[in-house]
Design a protein around this ligand. Structure first.
Ligand SMILES: Cc1ncc(COP(=O)(O)O)c(C=O)c1O
Length: 363
């Protein structure tokens, strides 16, 4: 696989993966470690797959520094299933939790949780702009709340918590779009979760990390797949796991460890995103960023051009120049450049050079 034929992929997810990981997968596809078959043709009960699975669990724990009193689960259903599965497992009948509505994903999490338990909205952007994250003291914590649910990074709105709030009750955090892009302060959380298809690997896998003593509390009669204890008891192999996604994620985790760990990825995210935000800020108002500066996402950078017509041309011409998936989400329009962990810095430089050229040609 030649790197030169690859596009600069700014997709919000699934998204670009590290080339060395893709090359390893290619090399192992016909014969995984002398088994005479690929890993996706193996039985999930075979020792070859068992080793892949257990290493992925161990590497996640090492890379994210997950304490021993947390359990790591590999599940299906995406992050979306967690919107319901979290309250099913963490709230007993009649218990409540607060949901912070910071945009599309915070709202969806609240909507599905409400189908399961009498949870409440702990904050919402009263202006309707959803262009900033709340301060800790703005989050309502009602008596009896077992947790407060947060979305660390709103993928569509392009905002993130620069620091996750530390509250007087534990937090549960949807980290889908900035998972493992910075270290995690485990002491604040009861549970964190995310879909793998942005920073960690292909679609089809959600990772849930939950404090062990929060399991078995719900007292509900849940279908076995929906009960976290089913997966805890079997190292997430109670049924056929999403083997390919776990295999690829395992390679991404090892690549991240070899690159230097989460501190390195935090620095790279700051570098990548500040290059693009500087290009916006230094354009004398030609490019504009619609979100509050303190809440700017380091993963999903949203910006606007003077007209929608120019935005369409920007996306089309960027595409022709090998920069793909720059269109903003259909619900908000504009431009969105997603700059996840595996995006090479060269892609960001190509983008900011293009932004400069496009502006001079059109202003
Ligand atoms: C922050 C956030 N939460 C949840 C989801 C839903 O993830 P999934 O498609 O894995 O269900 C997404 C998807 O983009 C997301 O960005």
């Amino acid at each position: 696989m030649s790197e030169s034929t690859r596009v600069h992929n700014f997709c919000a997810g699934p998204c670009t993966l590290p080339v060395p990981v893709l090359e390893e997968i290619r090399d192992e596809l016909l014969d995984f470690h002398g088994t005479g078959m690929s890993i996706i043709e193996a039985s999930h009960r075979a020792s070859a797959y068992d080793a892949v699975h257990m290493s992925a669990l161990a590497d996640f724990r090492l890379l994210a520094d997950v304490p021993d009193d947390f359990v790591i689960l590999f599940l299906q259903g995406g992050a979306s299933l967690q919107f319901a599965q979290v309250p099913m497992n963490l709230l007993a009948d009649g218990e409540t939790a607060g949901y912070v509505n910071t945009g599309t994903w915070g709202k969806k999490a609240l909507g599905d949780a409400l189908r399961v338990s009498p949870v409440y909205e702990a904050w919402s952007d009263a202006t309707g702009a959803f262009d900033h994250m709340p301060a800790s003291e703005e989050i309502e914590i009602r008596d009896g709340s077992r947790y407060i649910h947060l979305t660390s990074n709103e993928t569509i709105g392009g905002i993130r918590f620069a620091e996750l709030p530390t509250l007087r009750v534990p937090t549960v955090v949807d980290m889908s779009s900035d998972f493992l892009s910075r270290p995690i302060n485990w002491s604040a959380h009861d549970l964190v979760y995310g879909g793998a298809q942005k920073n960690l690997g292909p679609a089809g896998l959600a990772v849930v990390v939950v404090r062990r003593d929060r399991l078995s509390h719900h007292g509900r009669s849940l279908a076995s797949y929906l009960d976290y204890t089913t997966h805890e008891a079997s190292n997430s192999m109670a049924n056929t796991p999403p083997m390919f996604a776990i295999y690829v994620m395992g390679k991404v985790l090892r690549w991240m460890r070899a690159e230097g760990g989460l501190g390195i990825f935090e620095n790279r995210a700051a570098e990548r995103s500040s290059l693009v935000y500087n290009a916006v800020d230094e354009s004398n108002g030609w490019y504009t960023c619609p979100v509050d500066e303190a809440s700017r996402s380091l993963m999903n950078i949203v910006f606007r051009l003077p007209t929608e017509e120019l935005e369409k041309r920007f996306v089309a011409e960027a595409d022709q120049a090998g920069m793909v998936n720059l269109e903003g989400h259909r619900s908000v329009g504009g431009i969105r450049a997603s700059v996840y962990n595996a995006l090479p810095l060269a892609s960001v430089h190509t983008l900011i050079d293009f932004m400069e050229q496009f502006r001079s040609a059109n202003s």
